[in-house]
Each structure stands twice: as C-alpha cells, then as structure tokens.
Design a protein around this ligand. Sequence first.
Ligand SMILES: C[S@@+](CC[C@H](N)C(=O)[O-])C[C@H]1O[C@@H](n2cnc3c(N)ncnc32)[C@H](O)[C@@H]1O
Length: 225
Amino acid sequence: MLLEALEWCLTPCPWASRRDGFLAAQIAIRHRAIRCRKAWRPHLESCKKFTIQSIGPGPSDGSALILGSGHLRDFDLPFLRRRFRKIVLADAVHPLEIQILARFSKGKIQLATEDLAIPSPQIQRLAKQSAWAISCCLLSQLPLAPNSPGAAETCSAHLALLRSSQSAILITDTAKRTMGSVDWHSLIENHPLPTADETWTWPIAPPGEAGKDGEERLVAAAVLN
Ligand SMILES: C[S@@+](CC[C@H](N)C(=O)[O-])C[C@H]1O[C@@H](n2cnc3c(N)ncnc32)[C@H](O)[C@@H]1O
C-alpha cells in the first residue's frame, strides 16, 4: 500500500490521468500482475508471439505505434527495437520505468500521453504515419473512460484508428465469465470486431484474487489491413 502511494506521488503524468483514475488503475495492474504472474504467463506469451509472428522479422524500418502500452508486459521490446526505427508508446499514463527507458533511448522510443477513448488529431496523425499500429489489451478499457461517448462509438473510433495505419494488430479481451461458468458476458456490448485469427482465455483473477471463484477473460487477436 505504501509502495503504491509512493508510486502514485512520484510518477510524472497529466493531472487528468490522476483525477480520472488512470494512474491508480495502472499501479494496481502492476501489483496484480506480480501476484498473478504464473496465471498470466500464457496470456502474455500469446500476446507477444502473436505480434512477433504477424509482423515478421523484416528489415529494421518504419515506425510502430503501440496503443495502451502500459508496462509493455505483453510486448517483446527487444523484438520491437530491432524491427522498428521508431516506436511511439501511447497511454493515458506511462509508468516511471517506461519514462526512464524512453528518456535514454536516444529518441527511438517516444511517448504520447493521452486518453485514447477519443483519438486526438495527434494520435490519428501518428497512426496514419505508422507501418504498424498495435492495440493490446486496451479496447475493453476504453468505454470505461470518463470521456468515452459510449461503447459503440468508442469501439468504432478505435477500429477506424487502427485501419488508418498501414497495418495493424488488435488484441483485446472481449468477454468475461466467472471461472467454471459457461456464459460469457461481453465487455464491449457485443460490438462487432474483425474476425479473430486466434483466441485464448486469460485467467485475469485466479480464485482468491478478487472473490473466491475467480474470473477469466476471452481474448481475441486479429491482424487488420
Ligand atoms: C491492461 S493494460 C494493457 C497492458 C499493457 N500493454 C501492459 O503490458 O501493461 C491497459 C493499459 O491501457 C491504458 N488505458 C486504459 N484506458 C485508457 C484510455 N482511455 N486512454 C489511454 N490509455 C488507457 C492503461 O493505462 C494501461 O496501461
């Protein structure tokens, strides 16, 4: 608790990201990821593998826009660094260690700090200029933002943003259920998504983490464009 409060005070970020709870949520995710590291490992590995295989080795050129970059746990950063000339990380708040990483990257890693629920002109421009735009475990969070105009509009705008890039990857949790239950409940009001190339389940809260039964998510991954 003390560590979390210290991190909240020390992380440089816009006031709106503190006020709207983005910083607190991100710090909470960091601690949950540590507690649940064994249960989360297959999901994080699936995210990394899907991105690496979809992008391919290729020459080191172009730029990548990573949407909802957070702690970059679900990305293979050495791969991204080899594969792209420039990497732009976009999130409502960037963890301290990512800010330090960017500061010492000689301009290779750049940060865009903003609420992505409504794509700003800057983010739209970045997406158009990027060889790849990658959205990983972000879409289901966007309708929860205070600025979101609603799930349908927010999801449509995010998909349009991805499609405006030369190539794009969408990885998102689409539904949740109590472990052991058969019924999935949509996290995005059943908004239509591109056909998934791969799906898997993510035990986001193993039993005991948030209630005795535990919760899992259905994750879909697709290449767009
Ligand atoms: C579940 S995490 C995604 C995992 C992240 N790639 C990682 O490895 O830590 C969701 C990320 O999306 C960001 N996020 C959630 N809602 C957002 C919004 N409306 N605008 C910008 N970023 C948002 C959070 O700050 C967090 O870093």
